[in-house]
Design a protein around this ligand. Structure first.
Ligand SMILES: [Zn+2]
Length: 386
């Protein structure tokens, strides 16, 4: 086994040992990476979050200034609660050519490969800067990276190309759907359940609205087909509903969190207006007949624009060449690439591991994937040295 691979494995084991579930602090993880980089003579900028429990990490190796190539990844991971893990999720276990643990695939494996190559980056006479751009709170809607991108051109240089290492089985992803999240709060009227005529059920209203979302999705399925994506249509999902008080009370309150996974080009505002019109014109009036206090209020809770790198973009052309492939793919899940792209950085997604293992119990990355990633990243360093 190459020493580079064993370095990457050791770094991955260390990164996995930090419980960086998005809601928790990632500071010990970020500080470990900062200290590791300092050990190789690389200076790091940590950008703390407003609440002080998270930090983004930015470092440059090679010449200073804008341009160059950035390695982008997130330090946070999704929760493990309720998942049937066979091993401790925060202790990396090697078995049958795979490395198991929370984040091995999504996406500390990529971070470990980047970090393992830092000594190589330092050794080379780089003509273009290489940037390490590691974020927090990716898994809760790609929110953590935004304040870091806001510093591009100010405290931080603006990378020319951003290589986002989300798991793609080392294929090249140049487009993904957008994600739009909403909360709909329904205020009904409480009453004894033996006297339903005196109340307005917020839960029945929520159920009605959920079914309307289902009908809208059916229409999207029929008309918005883009064969690059799987599924090839914009989809809608109700993620959670909560409400009610007890079995014998007409529920006065219900809250529904839902979202749209939008193909590039979908007119999301028009769709949202259509849904809101249904709520205000069909669902609310019979409730208002019971009480003027009844209300249906919709609030956007997060937006990740759809991502499209653009035909023959600098990032896509480079990565296709370096991984020796000639086909790009579109994926149904979101990444930070859309924010980088929106900030003017040519972006592309390519990383080790399969999205099928991400967010699951017994998450793993195949060791062969890390080897392929290390080879690819080595070529990126060659490119920056030419
Ligand atoms: Zn991820």
């Amino acid at each position: 086994m190459s020493s580079l691979l064993s370095d990457a494995k050791a770094l991955l084991a260390k990164l996995v040992s930090f419980d960086t579930i998005s809601a928790k602090t990632n500071l010990p993880c970020a500080e470990f990476i900062r200290d590791y980089l300092a050990g190789h003579g690389v200076e790091t900028t940590l950008l703390p979050s407003d609440d002080g429990i998270h930090a983004n990490l930015f470092a440059t190796i090679g010449p200073r200034g804008d341009g160059g190539i950035a390695f982008s990844g997130h330090m946070d991971v999704v929760p493990v609660a309720g998942q049937p893990w066979d091993t401790d999720p925060f202790e990396m276990v090697e078995r049958d050519g795979r490395l198991y643990g929370r984040g091995t695939c999504d996406m500390k494996g990529y971070l470990a490969c980047v970090l393992a190559l830092v000594p190589e980056m330092k050794k080379r006479a780089l003509k273009r800067p290489l940037h390490i751009v590691f974020s927090y709170d990716e898994e809760v809607g790609c929110t953590g990276v935004k304040p870091m991108i806001a510093e591009f051109g100010k405290r931080l240089p603006t990378p020319g190309i951003v290589l986002v290492g989300e798991p793609t089985l080392m294929t090249v992803v140049d487009a993904h759907k957008g994600g739009y999240r909403f909360r709909t709060e329904i205020t009904g009227q409480a009453a004894h359940s033996s006297k339903p005529q005196l109340g307005a059920s917020a839960i029945f209203a929520a159920a009605d609205l959920a079914m309307e979302l289902r009908r809208i999705e059916e229409r999207l399925k029929a008309r918005q087909i883009n064969p690059r994506f799987d599924p090839p249509y914009s989809s809608i999902s109700v993620g959670s509903i909560s409400g009610g008080v007890a079995h014998n009370i007409i529920p006065p309150h219900c809250e529904m969190n839902w979202g749209i996974r939008a193909l590039p080009g979908l007119d999301v505002p028009a769709l949202v207006r259509e849904f809101d019109a249904y709520a205000q014109e069909h669902v609310l009036p019979p409730m208002r007949a019971v009480s003027d206090d009844c209300a249906i209020v919709m609030t956007p809770t997060g937006v990740l624009p759809a991502f499209s790198s653009g035909e023959n973009s600098a990032a896509t052309s480079l990565v296709l060449k370096l991984v020796g492939q000639n086909e790009t793919f579109a994926v149904p899940y979101g990444t930070e690439a859309s924010h980088f792209q929106a900030a003017g950085c040519s972006s592309v997604v390519c990383g080790p591991g399969s999205i099928d293992q991400a967010h699951q119990a017994n998450e793993f990355v195949a060791i062969g994937e890390l080897e392929r990633c290390l080879t690819y990243l080595g070529r990126v360093i060659d490119t920056a040295s030419e």
